[in-house]
Design a protein around this ligand. Structure first.
Ligand SMILES: NC(=O)c1ccc[n+]([C@@H]2O[C@H](COP(=O)([O-])OP(=O)(O)OC[C@H]3O[C@@H](n4cnc5c(N)ncnc54)[C@H](O)[C@@H]3O)[C@@H](O)[C@H]2O)c1
Length: 257
């Protein structure tokens, strides 16, 4: 596929870009001509991705104000910020939760997005131009078992997206969120993926690249009239009601065309 060069002259900082969705987003911005700043708390991952795409690696924990400040001091003004860093593995039953668990999940997923956005938005607002994209989750509106902290953080992300969009719109800065569905960013055998994909109306687990395209779209000029929205990229998972008909009206009963 010949890539357009829509982001030539633009700097895009992607947090948590050492793996999974963030890596795919970083790759796509690089393919389309952006100067890409690859952040990850894992320095080796950030360095490896930066090397692969010709970007710049910045190891920093987004939940630490001093590390975020140091990163932005070195990176300079950015045109696009994708707040993607998140911990998808902090699953615990509510009754087993504790303060450290809550602080960690909210710290990375929500406070991290605030700290990075706050730094990026200062220069964006002065330049009357900029795009911020936050990575939400279906958990923002529909609960996952064992994910009270995660779902609370993502509910916060969506509320923060709307509120930031309002405050920053007069400065020409757009703020939106992507709501990924079940995305295969972890190692599982193909047959397990096929089985898990059956709960997705479109029929498969999403790939990081299938999230990267819509994420990058929100940063283009085609999206210049879009702010404060949460774009769902989930193959139809969230529109589906988990009720008896989902199980008693399986695909095998659908018309064979
Ligand atoms: N995979 C899914 O199905 C899914 C679904 C909905 C939402 N999301 C969201 O998408 C985002 C990316 O998820 P993923 O599946 O690609 O995750 P992933 O675990 O594959 O990658 C996340 C990356 O973020 C980095 N990271 C973690 N904590 C960090 C911190 N404090 N500072 C900087 N970097 C940090 C990790 O080192 C890792 O490289 C997350 O915000 C997640 O909540 C994922």
């Amino acid at each position: 596929m010949a890539a357009s060069q829509r982001f030539t002259g633009k700097a895009a900082l992607i947090t948590g870009a050492g793996h999974g969705i963030g890596r795919a987003v970083a790759e796509r911005f690089a393919l389309e001509g952006a100067r890409v700043i690859v952040n990850d708390v894992n320095a080796d991952r950030a360095a490896e991705v930066a090397r692969a795409i010709g970007g710049e690696a910045f190891a920093a924990d987004v939940s630490s104000k001093s590390q975020v400040d140091a990163m932005f001091d070195r990176a300079g003004a950015v045109d696009i910020l994708v707040n993607n860093a998140g911990n998808i593995y902090a699953v615990r039953h509510f009754l087993d939760g504790d303060e450290a668990w809550w602080d960690h999940v909210l710290g990375v997923n929500l406070k991290g997005a605030f700290l990075c956005s706050h730094r990026a938005a200062q220069s964006m607002a002065r330049r009357r131009s900029g795009v911020i994209i936050n990575m939400s989750s279906g958990g923002a509106t529909k609960a996952h078992r064992g994910n009270v902290a995660y779902d609370a953080s993502k509910g916060g992300i969506e509320a923060m997206t709307r509120a930031m969009a309002l405050d920053l719109a007069p400065y020409g800065v757009r703020v939106n969120a992507i709501v990924p569905g079940l995305i295969r960013t972890y190692e599982i055998p193909d047959d397990v993926a096929v089985e898990r994909g059956k709960v997705v109306p479109l029929g498969w687990l999403g790939s990081p690249e299938e999230v990267a395209g819509p994420t990058v779209f929100l940063a283009t000029d085609d999206a210049r009239y879009i702010t404060g929205t949460c774009l769902v990229v989930d193959g139809g998972v969230l529109v589906q009601q988990r009720s008896t008909p989902v199980d008693t009206f399986p695909l095998s009963r659908f018309p064979q065309l």
